[in-house]
Design a protein around this ligand. Structure first.
Ligand code: G3P
Ligand code: CA
Length: 248
């Protein structure tokens, strides 16, 4: 990922443009591209048969017509659920996508911020560990330069860095920048810090820039103070709605 090739600010379509489309579906990601987003954000976890599926919650209850834990269901079963009608009946054909499907639609069109959900992380990092599968897939698709991998579980990002010296890594956090953050930025050679926008200050932005990392705050429930964030000097931010992408 070359920051010099990215627009500033970089608007990252959160779960696709989740205010306008059923989150984390191909319709949401295509809609984000059509609205002019350069990067999409998505959530990845593992299914019962250890496939990479794109969904935010631990269960399918909120965003599909099914029920139960994602970890208890196979990709085949998950892929048959209706992942669009809960949002609007016109999206009834939407399914929970695999990460492969999303990368295929994004290639050459969108950069991708892959958030690894902490529930998918295996402490012993087996051959099919989530970080190993993601890296293998991204390499197979020749998209290492197109992805930014983030997580609230920074240990999995450290494992990823050991596996690949160049892939872009983002540290997600819901607490202000502190000594621990700066230690981890160095440990994983972080590309960026992704804080909850509510904990951010201009001084923190300056400090993180001072160690060479970018700052991409994320929205909570779609609410983000776009102008306030830009005034602090952030490099971009996660947005749920295309209307939030208009300020340059
Ligand atoms: O990646 C930033 C943001 O997506 C983290 O929060 O809960 O929307 O995954 P959440
Ligand atoms: Ca996310």
């Amino acid at each position: 990922m070359n920051i010099d090739n990215l627009p500033t600010p970089l608007y990252i379509a959160h779960r696709g443009l989740s205010a306008r489309f059923p989150e984390n579906t191909l319709a949401a990601f295509a809609g984000a591209a059509d609205a002019g987003a350069q990067m999409i954000e998505l959530d990845v976890t593992l299914t019962n048969d250890r496939k990479l599926v794109v969904i935010h919650d631990d269960t399918v209850d909120r965003t599909t017509n099914g029920s139960g834990a994602v970890r208890g269901l196979t990709m085949k079963t998950l892929g048959q659920l209706d992942a669009g009608s809960w949002f609007d009946p016109r999206f009834k054909t939407q399914r929970l996508p695999t990460l492969t499907q999303v990368l295929d639609m994004a290639k050459g069109r969108l950069l991708v911020n892959i958030e690894i959900k902490p529930e998918a992380v295996d402490p012993h990092s087996p051959d099919d560990a989530v970080e190993r599968q993601i890296l293998a897939l991204v390499r197979e698709k020749k998209m290492v330069e197109d992805v930014l991998v983030s997580s609230f579980d920074w240990r999995v990002l450290k494992k990823l860095r050991r596996l690949d010296p160049t892939i872009a890594i983002g540290l997600l956090a819901d607490v202000p920048a502190d000594d621990r953050l700066f230690d981890w930025i160095e440990q994983v050679t972080a590309f960026s810090w992704h804080p909850d926008y509510r904990v951010l200050t201009r001084v923190q932005v300056e400090k993180v820039h001072g160690v060479g990392a970018r700052v991409f705050p994320y929205a909570v429930n779609g609410q983000i103070d776009t102008g306030g964030m830009l005034a602090m000097g952030v490099d971009g931010m996660m947005v749920d709605d295309s209307r939030q992408m208009t300020i340059q």
